[in-house]
Design a binder for this molecule. Structure first.
Ligand code: NAP
Length: 252
């Protein structure tokens, strides 16, 4: 029988970390060997001979955590937001020195969210206008969400490839923020509301019709099938993968 993968969770006491430790504990083929919080030394990862680090911490900590894991021959599955272009470039550079390691940066582990983004990217070229509304719990520290940024990036690329002109918008003035954040030319609106978890709508419109593609995560368990898929796949995928869709067969 093959040995179980040795997995560590960083940010283990947080909302995502709590759900991830439970999911890993319940997985027969994986062994949770470390569950670390803010004040724990990363050296524990070396001592416990961790294969895969799951980072569910905060934007300020995630980059150092992942670099540490790579420098010590581990793989990383990352759900924490804050991975902008410059951080991704530095990570890709580090990976050239650690070619056996794999890293998955997953802005959203919910399979339904990944599918919703894919469907929206497929639809984006057929509509004049597109806007994104993302809605989250009020404890979220970043806005827009990583998922919304990634969705906007993919929609903008699909529209550019198809030669779709900029969406019509006659707005000349108004209050700052009224038209949302401009992400690659797509307005993104962030709502923070008590009672919500993680939700997103992509609104597509043309003359006489509109299409709304909505996904809802109602609790943190919704992210766990994606976390487990990431852990089980990352060791066989050296290099950098951004987006869980990179581990799914969505072409069929
Ligand atoms: P959370 O409840 O605030 O948990 C974050 C945890 O990280 C806290 O327990 C915190 O400890 C800990 N932490 C802070 N700095 C750390 C460090 N240097 N080392 C280890 N642990 C550290 O947040 P959450 O809702 O679980 O979300 C965690 C991250 O995942 C956020 O970036 C969030 O946006 C992201 N997220 C991703 C997805 C996805 O599908 N990819 C879904 C939901 C959320 P203290 O309690 O001591 O501060």
């Amino acid at each position: 029988m093959s040995e179980k993968l040795r997995v560590a969770v960083l940010g283990a006491k947080g909302r995502m970390g709590t759900a991830a430790t439970a999911a890993l504990d319940a997985a027969d083929d994986l062994e949770l060997v470390a569950a670390l919080g803010r004040h724990d030394s990363l050296d524990i990862l070396i001592q416990r001979q961790v294969d895969v680090v799951v980072d569910l911490t905060v934007p300020d900590a995630t980059e150092a955590n992942v670099h540490f894991a790579l420098r010590h021959g581990m793989h990383a599955v990352v759900g924490t937001t804050g991975w902008d272009a410059s951080r991704l470039a530095a990570l890709a550079e580090l990976l050239t020195h650690t070619p056996k390691s794999g890293v998955l940066i997953a802005p959203n582990f919910a399979l339904g969210s990944v599918l919703a983004t894919r469907f929206a990217a497929q639809a984006a070229r057929y509509f004049e206008s597109v806007e994104i509304v993302e809605l989250h719990h009020p404890r979220k520290v970043d806005a827009p969400s990583g998922t919304a940024l990634r969705t906007a990036e993919l929609l903008a690329a699909a529209r550019q490839d198809a030669g779709v002109p900029a969406a019509p918008d006659a707005t000349e003035g108004g209050l700052d923020g009224a038209r949302g954040a401009n992400v690659h030319g797509i307005p993104v609106h962030s709502v923070r509301l008590a009672g919500l978890v993680a939700h997103q709508e992509v609104l597509l419109g043309s003359h006489g019709e509109a299409l709304t593609i909505r996904h809802d995560s109602f609790n943190h368990e919704s992210f766990m099938p994606g976390v487990l898929l990431g852990v089980r796949t990352v060791t066989g995928r050296p290099g950098l993968t951004v987006g869980l869709d990179g581990y799914l067969d969505l072409e069929g």
